[in-house]
Design a protein around this ligand. Structure first.
Ligand code: C5P
Length: 247
């Protein structure tokens, strides 16, 4: 398995927690970025912020401030297009990017090829089943097996296609453990510190439980971005993560 770039680049203390910049404008996102420390977190830029004027310029700005960027644009297209998009993301210098595993083995291999083999290449992680899709939603698009079985199948496919890891709910980590190699990266949203609001997340875990279940990176938005002191909220989560890693 080609894990050298993954091993070198995946885990360090500063990127275990990925803060989701789900702000409506780049100005609001940058105001939050001003209050965070690049030694303690990476940042996720998703479709809304990227399309709403953020674009490559915002990615460049936050990278110049020292943050690693998780570009969450969930590419899903013909292999040639996805390879080109991944090459462009690599040229932009992002650390982590997403594709849809359901794009199939050729598309996943093209994504991996697109990011190249440089020492700083982006890590490619695959989304298995969108958490918004339940059994009924999958049946509507012709998939008879349920979300959990479909996620397992796609996780195996993503791993065999040479990408670096997957994005999944922390509650699915236990199920996926028997299909994933230990160093196949697991990136989990749906993380809530004990006592904080679930918001619109249904299948959640605490940071400590997610780490104990095998998560490598936690994507956390509102518990940090909506806190009166985002830095303090991040430090509290960091402490819980450190404790889970020790246990
Ligand atoms: O604010 P919150 O912590 O819920 O933000 C979680 C982030 O993770 C959001 O950017 C959301 O879009 C993303 N995400 C998710 N569930 C998925 C995939 C991504 O919540 N299955």
């Amino acid at each position: 398995m080609t894990t050298s770039a993954r091993e070198r680049r995946a885990i360090d203390a500063g990127s275990r927690i990925i803060v989701a910049l789900d702000h409506p404008t780049p100005e609001q996102a940058l105001a939050l970025v001003d209050r965070l420390d690049p030694a303690r977190c990476a940042l996720k830029v998703g479709k809304s912020l990227f399309v709403r004027g953020g674009g490559p310029a915002l990615v460049d700005t936050v990278q110049r401030r020292g943050f690693r960027v998780f570009l969450d644009l969930k590419f899903h297209d013909i292999p040639h297009q996805v390879a080109g998009a991944c090459r462009a993301a690599a040229d932009l210098g992002v650390w982590l990017l997403t594709v849809h595993a359901s794009g199939g083995p050729q598309m996943l291999a093209a994504a991996r090829e697109g990011v190249g083999d440089g020492p700083q290449r982006p890590l490619v992680v695959a989304v298995t089943v969108l958490t918004s899709l339940d059994a009924e939603g999958l049946a509507a698009i012709g998939i008879a097996r349920g979300p959990s079985a479909q996620a397992k199948l796609l996780a195996g496919l993503a791993q065999d296609s040479g990408v670096d890891g997957l994005v999944c709910s922390p509650v699915d980590l236990a199920d996926l453990a028997d299909v994933c190699e230990p160093d196949f990266l697991r990136v989990t949203p749906g993380v809530r510190p004990a006592g904080s609001a679930a918001d619109d997340q249904a299948r959640i875990s605490t940071p400590g439980d997610a780490i104990r279940a095998g998560a490598h990176h936690l994507v956390i938005g509102r518990p940090i971005t909506g806190a009166p002191d985002p830095h303090a909220a991040l430090v509290a989560i960091e402490r819980e993560v450190a404790q889970a890693l020790r246990s």
